[in-house]
Write a protein that binds this ligand. Structure first.
Ligand code: ZN
Length: 278
């Protein structure tokens, strides 16, 4: 297993982790200053700065882009809304290509308003990913299906386990893989097996944070690695045993704690926890 100590050379920062940085320019500067190797930006930050400027900024920084956040959300408009969501995802793929992202992160989408048909939502998500694949293959940016914890099944993602994501990958063929996020998947008794099943080819991203007890907000109360109950090192071991050799991306949404601190403190803490608990 790789040694994460010695600074940030194997780490990437999802910019949501340092949301207090007012824009992409400052986020890139802060990450670079700490010797961290990678970044995963969000589309709204890129739009705010402009795509060409963002691409130039990231290129000049030398940071590797572990993923673009995010695409997907195929289900919210029901079957009638699928074409529009696919168009939006094509634009996201073009942006991912422009910034040199290793993948486009896909969150499937939840149930359409008023629906109780989770199977129908899953079919819609599968169709959406399938119809996006041709564009993904043509621009050369793979799609990374990120299963989200089941507590998000209604409003964010009806793909909730790595087994589901692996099944989708097998059904859809080349150009689609998975993002393994410990926050979403740590509880799954099939996780070790499904990580092995995904293998090197399919594991496109590895995301880290921690599960706090108690969790006070379903979305915005993720913990710093080491502050919760996830055995991150064990899961990273499985992912690396499967062949993953990319950067480990830190993705912490923390409205009442880490977003209130100076980004320097956040990034120094991340590097420190990389040494000790990841
Ligand atoms: Zn994630």
């Amino acid at each position: 297993m790789r040694d994460l100590s010695g600074g940030g050379r194997l780490l990437s920062i999802n910019t949501a982790t340092i949301k207090q940085c007012p824009d992409l320019r400052e986020a890139v500067a802060a990450i670079g200053r700490h010797g961290i190797a990678g970044i995963a930006p969000w589309r709204d930050q890129i739009a705010a700065l402009g795509l060409a400027h963002s691409a130039q900024l990231i290129r000049d920084s030398g940071l590797r882009v572990t993923g673009l956040c995010r695409g997907g959300l195929f289900t919210g408009g029901g079957r009638d809304g699928l074409a529009a969501s696919i168009d939006e995802n094509r634009r996201a793929l073009d942006e991912a290509k422009a910034i040199g992202a290793a993948c486009l992160i896909l969150v499937a989408g939840g149930l359409p308003p008023g629906s109780r048909d989770i199977e129908g939502a899953r079919e819609l998500a599968r169709d959406g990913i399938g119809r996006l694949l041709e564009h993904a293959r043509s621009v050369g940016v793979p799609l990374a299906i990120e299963p989200l914890h089941p507590m998000y099944a209604a409003d964010r993602a009806c793909v909730n386990t790595l087994a589901q994501a692996n099944d989708l990958c097998e059904a859809l063929g080349p150009g689609v893989g998975v993002a393994v996020d410990v926050y979403h998947l740590w509880w799954d008794p099939a996780l070790e097996r499904e990580i092995a099943r995904a293998g090197k080819e399919r594991i496109l991203a590895f995301h880290m944070s921690d599960w706090l007890v108690p969790t006070t907000d379903l979305l915005l109360d993720r913990g710093m690695m080491g502050d919760g109950v996830i055995d991150i090192r064990r899961i990273r071991g499985w992912v690396e045993a499967a062949g993953f050799d990319g950067l480990c991306e830190v993705e912490i949404f923390s409205q009442n704690n880490w977003w209130r601190r100076d980004p320097t403190e956040v990034l120094e803490t991340i590097i420190d926890r990389g040494n000790t608990v990841c």
